[in-house]
Design a protein around this ligand. Structure first.
Ligand SMILES: Cc1cc2nc3c(=O)[nH]c(=O)nc-3n(C[C@H](O)[C@H](O)[C@H](O)COP(=O)(O)O)c2cc1C
Length: 204
């Protein structure tokens, strides 16, 4: 049974990124009627931040961890299990302060786990997540950061997500942008329409 892991990260009820990610999930479900969708909203669920116990536990060999250390890793283990089980991952990710919401970063901190999603190697890092999984990122932004413009270098969202998800093996990533959401209503509507057209093309 195929599994779609769907993670939104905007707390807004009128969220554009969540609306797009949700439209993707609904279409995916229509195309995969036997499939299952697992949904989180990192902003509403309050994924825990890493503390000292977690960090010590995550760098302790599994067979020597104490009960307290195993418990400290429990939340992260469940999120990693979900990621490893998923065939497709969809992220709703508003641009916040040139990057992603802190709650989405909290999810990343919980799933980038030595020994579970990556391993240290002599020359760097070996990804442990199978590269077959596809990732779709639906990002809404107040402005726009097109390639080959002065604004591109301000975008710390796409380069960061590509780098960190690639590090664990998620290299097949599509970004869909709803730009200009803080501009005029016309520009915002046009930005959304472009994103919806791209979504439709991706689902064909
Ligand atoms: C805290 C915060 C920070 C933001 N920072 C940026 C930014 O750096 N660049 C930008 O283009 N838009 C920025 N915006 C605008 C949002 O990206 C835009 O409103 C987007 O549609 C929000 O996504 P959502 O509709 O899914 O909540 C910011 C909005 C908020 C609330």
């Amino acid at each position: 049974m195929p599994l779609l892991l769907h993670i939104d990260s905007s707390p807004r009820s009128a969220s554009v990124s969540s609306r797009l990610a949700n439209a993707f999930a609904e279409q995916w479900k229509r195309q995969n009627p036997e499939g299952r969708v697992l949904h989180h909203n990192s902003s509403l669920e309050g994924f825990p931040y890493l503390d000292e116990l977690f960090i010590d536990a995550s760098f302790t060999a599994a067979e020597t961890r104490s009960a307290a250390q195993n418990e400290a890793l429990g939340y992260s283990d469940r999120l990693v299990d979900e990621l490893l089980a998923a065939d497709v991952v969809v992220l709703g990710a508003p641009m916040w302060n040139l990057s992603i919401p802190a709650s989405l970063k909290a999810w990343i901190d919980l799933i980038v786990r030595e020994g579970r999603t990556f391993a240290f190697a002599a020359d760097g890092v070996t990804p442990l997540v199978p590269p077959s999984k596809r990732v779709y990122v639906f990002s809404s932004r107040g402005g726009a950061y097109p390639p080959k413009t002065a604004f591109q270098q301000l975008d710390h969202q796409e380069p960061y997500l590509r780098r960190i998800l690639g590090l664990i093996g998620l290299t097949q990533i599509e970004f869909v942008y709803a730009d200009h959401q803080s501009s005029s209503p016309e520009a915002a509507a046009e930005g959304l329409a472009r994103a919806e057209a791209r979504l439709a093309a991706l689902m064909r």
